[in-house]
Design a protein around this ligand. Structure first.
Ligand SMILES: Cc1cc2nc3c(=O)[nH]c(=O)nc-3n(C[C@H](O)[C@H](O)[C@H](O)COP(=O)(O)O)c2cc1C
Length: 171
């Protein structure tokens, strides 16, 4: 699939089949995430792969947005490794870097036929406590992964994109 088709076809999958993501595909997703650009190449990302029924149950108790996935990646940023913009304090490269890393994972997954949904609706401190994530890491995203269930369809929001004229200005 070329990138144009991939970018258009991907949607947030919120209904997963019971088939587990194979380790080799998971490895490919993790390698694509690892290839993401980060500010100054600092690579502050840390990825925690939750792959056990016990771990998934813990996450499901924290957020309703796990969608029956049997693999969920927790994305964090090690704050001491984040690049700092010397011109402003208001530029969080941890959030930016991890967003790119997570997007690489989402797109690679889709190319392999594996769906995902970026999840931001969770209490990070509950996730930290449940998995003993170090205090110096900011927990940024959860990414449930899996094969879409047969009757899974994009939600209505997927089809709502602002027209380019609203979001792009030529200067
Ligand atoms: C930063 C971020 C946080 C999100 N958090 C959630 C979430 O907590 N729960 C959820 O169901 N979807 C979540 N989404 C998915 C968006 O709702 C979805 O990407 C958007 O509606 C467009 O739909 P599409 O991905 O199907 O094209 C999140 C997406 C992003 C980028």
């Amino acid at each position: 699939m070329d990138f144009k088709d991939l970018a258009k076809a991907r949607y947030s999958v919120r209904k997963f089949s019971d088939i587990k993501v194979e380790q080799e595909k998971l490895d490919e997703i993790l390698r694509a995430a690892n290839a993401a650009p980060t500010a100054c190449n600092n690579q502050p990302q840390r990825l925690y792969v939750v792959n056990s029924a016990e771990g998934i149950a813990k996450l499901s108790a924290i957020t309703k947005y796990t969608f029956g996935a049997s693999t969920i990646i927790i994305f964090t940023s090690k704050t001491s490794e984040e690049w700092k913009n010397p011109f402003t304090d208001d530029y969080n490269t941890g959030d930016i870097d991890i967003s790119i890393v997570c997007t690489h994972a989402m797109m690679q997954a889709w190319e392999l036929g594996i769906g995902s949904c970026w999840v931001g609706y969770f209490d990070p401190e509950k996730v930290r406590a449940a998995f003993s994530i170090p205090a110096d890491e900011k927990i940024i995203a959860l990414l449930p992964l899996g094969y879409p269930k047969e009757d899974c369809k994009p939600a209505g929001l997927h089809f709502k994109r602002k027209p380019l004229e609203d979001t792009v200005k030529y200067l």
